[in-house]
Design a protein around this ligand. Structure first.
Ligand code: UDP
Length: 234
């Protein structure tokens, strides 16, 4: 396969499926099955999941919550999603381990780069929760950081659309998909695929990003087989 070790970023919203809130078990199990499939082929998988299906610090702040507390609530939401994934993996016999950037053992194990790599080498999926562990960041930045730390070959960003477009394809029917785009171009054109902090971190550390639609079953494996189903940011 094209890569040996990947960091997969799943948004909280994608876990919500067709529901307006929370976790859709059908979507959760579909992700779990796709991930098991690639782990069985020898790929080492690290995962960072968002929390937007449960709570976002910024929208909390808009409702009058303290921003830092709101962000801490958001980070707790990523822990909830990580435990849900952990449980879905366990149900299908796929070994996985939840790490938390904010210590909260026994909910998860305190995150350390070396413990995460050790798990990956054993064929265990490392689910790294709480994003970066700090407020004012996003889980996109958390996944860029973890991808670099665990020395992943690529950061995969699973979204609802199948790549980076010239405009929002859900709003503009004329929007065209890029096969490849540079970090600088993505920032200059203000294409809102990832926040600038996350993109800049990947650029500085030469971490390629692959944006693709994870909701189409089989896409994860196709991507790893080298099929051009999304957009490479380099
Ligand atoms: N968050 C944070 N620091 C981080 C990562 C996340 O404070 O390093 C908080 C932030 O409030 C964010 C929420 O957790 O709104 C959920 O993460 P995010 O919005 O990135 O989730 P997604 O959009 O991917 O579902």
């Amino acid at each position: 396969m094209k890569y040996n070790r990947i960091l997969l970023k799943l948004s909280g919203e994608s876990l919500m499926g067709n529901q307006g809130y929370g976790i859709d078990p059908v979507r959760l199990n579909s992700y779990a099955a796709q991930i098991r499939n690639v782990v069985e082929k020898g790929i080492q998988v690290g995962i960072v999941v968002g929390g937007g299906n449960i709570f976002r610090g910024l929208s909390g702040a808009a409702k009058g919550f303290d921003r830092v507390k709101g962000d801490q609530m958001g980070m707790m939401a990523t822990v909830i999603n990580s435990l849900a994934l952990n449980s879905a993996f366990e149900a299908i016999g796929l070994p996985s381990k939840v790490f938390t950037a904010i210590p909260m053992f026994p909910v998860g194990y305190p995150y350390s780069k070396w413990e995460a790599i050790k798990a990956l080498k054993d064929g265990t999926v490392a689910i790294m929760s709480c994003g970066t562990g700090s407020p004012y960041f996003t889980t996109d930045t958390g996944s860029a950081l973890r991808a670099i730390e665990i020395e992943a070959d690529v950061m995969l960003k699973g979204t609802r659309v199948d790549g980076v477009y010239t405009a929002d394809p859900e709003k503009d029917p004329e929007a065209k998909k890029y096969d490849k785009i540079t970090y600088d171009e993505m920032i200059a054109k203000n294409l809102k695929v990832m926040d600038i902090t996350a993109t800049a971190l990947c650029k500085e550390n030469n971490m390629p990003i692959y944006v693709f639609n994870m909701d189409k079953e089989g896409n994860l494996e196709k991507m790893l087989n080298g099929e051009n189903i999304g957009t490479l940011v380099y």
